[in-house]
Write a new protein. Structure first.
Length: 223
């Protein structure tokens, strides 16, 4: 089946999707690439906090691919919107990334992600693993941009985008499982349940529905 991301190599996209599902399950290396999605998730929390006149104390990106954003917010409604933002942000960036790839902005996408993570490093990321991760990500992208090989740049940009999509899908499935088995420790869904008294599994379904909608739209953009 032909696709708009690799029209001359239609087999490459299915291969990357397969890698995107398998690679994150591999210890160490898999967790490292997972952090792309984690960083975007945490950026969503930070962005909404700032838009609501709150403060972002710090962002931690952890070795197990988890993340934490510490914010100071004014009122429950602000906390509600901030807790709601993480999962939609990550998959929405993936959606935007597909659009940019289709417009031929391969180099622009890599630069945009690099600038975003660099700004997060300057402003909020302070834990050692998070700092090392961002520096390695910047070094890799800097090397690719220095080489200037269009094929390598496209492979990298599509791989980053595939990781965003596959990990967004996987993470909401994990969240749903946790919201059923251990609703008191289901991350954003737990926070939303405490704020609204609506069960955590309902919020996990909301996240799943949005991610499914975006993945559906992405599919028909590509094929």
């Amino acid at each position: 089946m032909t696709n708009s991301l690799f029209p001359d190599q239609p087999w490459m996209l299915p291969l990357m999707v397969a890698i995107g599902f398998v690679l994150p399950r591999i210890p160490v290396v898999g967790k490292f690439v997972n952090v792309i999605n984690t960083a975007l998730h945490e950026f969503g929390h930070a962005l909404v906090a700032l838009l609501l006149d709150g403060k972002v104390r710090n962002i931690d990106l952890n070795q197990d691919a988890s993340g934490t954003t510490t914010t100071v917010l004014k009122g429950k409604f602000a906390s509600f919107l901030c807790s709601l933002a993480g999962y939609p942000c990550a998959i929405s960036v993936a959606w935007l990334s597909v659009y940019l790839l289709q417009q031929g902005a391969v180099q622009g996408l890599i630069i945009a992600l690099s600038v975003l993570f660099f700004l997060m490093l300057l402003l909020w990321i302070r834990n050692l693993y998070g700092v090392i991760w961002v520096l390695l990500f910047l070094a890799l992208n800097g090397f690719l941009l220095y080489l200037g090989n269009p094929l390598y740049l496209r492979y990298a940009a599509v791989f980053y985008t595939v990781m965003m999509i596959t990990e967004s899908a996987y993470s909401v499935l994990v969240l749903f499982y946790l919201s059923i088995r251990t609703p008191q420790s289901a991350g954003d869904a737990t926070n939303l349940a405490k704020l609204t008294h609506v069960p955590a599994f309902v919020w996990s379904l909301v996240f799943m529905a949005y991610v499914a909608f975006v993945v559906y739209r992405i599919y028909f953009m590509i094929f």
